[in-house]
Design a protein around this ligand. Structure first.
Ligand SMILES: [Zn+2]
Length: 353
């Protein structure tokens, strides 16, 4: 099943029209090369490239990416330009614009506020300006947006506590949840118990990157010990039947990101990618981009891959969108409204065949 995925770009238009939901999209992984040029000029940062083409290798992985660590190295470059209030607002607004362009009716954009403080912003200010950008995007592009605040695995407990505290200030006012990201293989989930106890005390929902660069034990710990109600990726869940059954029975949504999952080598290639198997066995999977910029992908392309390589029908693709709406970190009232709107739109979309 090692076929090229390029034809999706030509055949993607019917999928582009499908109304969608994006739950796993990183702010610093969504930055556009054109925006980097403008931000660099505004901020007096010299660039190692003179064209967007020359810039791409610094901010996007190619087919030779061999690990999550290599994948994450691209973020050291993109975060250089996201250290001011203006740049955070702009990047957040443009993330909503990108999601809306893919047909999203709702998007959750995640970022680690502690990575945006090199020019003097406080943690709380970083959160504030991302939310301001998301709100501007909502108004301009008609796609509802909320933020997820990320704790980093390599950061100290003090820095991560501060991120949780800042998230709590904006809980329900732009911040939907908190997350844990970074080098999963080097820092197991069990190290972060105190951080997520604090998140629960603050009433913040939790999603955690797990089962991407480390095994299913991390998924188990994230759900059972850290209180995650969603899992980022979860690709390696298949390696432990008992944990897999637990996740299925508890109906824990997986935020799967197909192109990224192949690039980071969560599985070796498409033939080992378990998305069809998870879907058929009743695990509530969702489809996301992770990082449209760094991965060079789009939500349309991700769904296209499911249609092309895994033979998902329109009905099944619609179910995935509804899974995402169901897993959204929204209050019951807002979630019901989103699901009703999507249900109606998807019924129309299915008739277009
Ligand atoms: Zn991620």
């Amino acid at each position: 099943m090692n076929r090229t995925i390029e034809p999706f770009f030509e055949r993607g238009s019917w999928i582009r029209q499908m109304p969608k939901v994006e739950l796993h999209m990183h702010l610093d992984g969504s930055l556009l090369p054109e925006t980097v040029f403008e931000l660099a000029a505004e901020q007096g940062i010299s660039l190692p490239a003179r064209s967007t083409k020359e810039l791409l290798p610094y901010m996007q992985v190619d087919g030779s990416c061999t690990s999550l660590t290599e994948y994450l190295s691209k973020f050291a470059f993109t975060t250089l330009f996201l250290q001011t209030r203006e740049s955070l607002e702009r990047a957040a607004c443009e993330a909503v614009e990108q999601a809306a362009g893919e047909g999203c009716r709702y998007v959750e954009v995640r970022f680690a506020p502690q990575l945006h403080r090199e020019r003097g912003l406080s943690c709380e200010e970083a959160v504030h300006h991302v939310i301001a950008g998301l709100k501007r995007g909502e108004q301009q592009y008609g796609c509802r947006a909320q933020a997820i605040v990320i704790c980093m695995r390599h950061h100290s407990t003090a820095l991560n506590r501060e991120a949780i505290e800042a998230a709590a200030v904006y809980s329900g006012r732009g911040v939907a949840a908190v997350d844990l990201a970074g080098d999963e293989a080097g820092y197991p989930a069990s190290l972060f118990r105190d951080i997520f106890i604090l998140a629960h005390r603050k009433g913040l929902p939790v999603t955690i990157h797990a089962g991407e660069a480390a095994g299913p034990d991390n998924i188990y710990t994230s759900v059972m010990k850290l209180g995650a109600s969603r899992i980022g990726h979860g690709v390696r869940l298949k390696e432990d039947p008992a944990i897999r059954e637990l996740i299925r029975r508890r109906r824990v949504p997986l935020e799967m990101c197909p192109v990224s999952n192949i690039q980071t080598k969560a599985v070796a290639d498409w033939s080992g990618y378990p998305i069809r198997d998870y879907f058929d066995s009743g695990i509530p999977i969702t489809v996301n981009t992770d990082n449209p910029g760094v991965s060079g992908t789009s939500l349309t392309r991700e769904y296209g891959i499911l249609a092309e390589l895994f033979h998902f029908t329109r009905q099944e693709l619609s179910q995935l969108v509804l899974n995402a709406a169901d897993a959204a970190f929204l209050g019951e009232h807002d979630k019901s409204a989103l699901k009703a709107e999507l249900g109606q739109e998807l019924d129309e979309w299915k008739k277009l065949a």
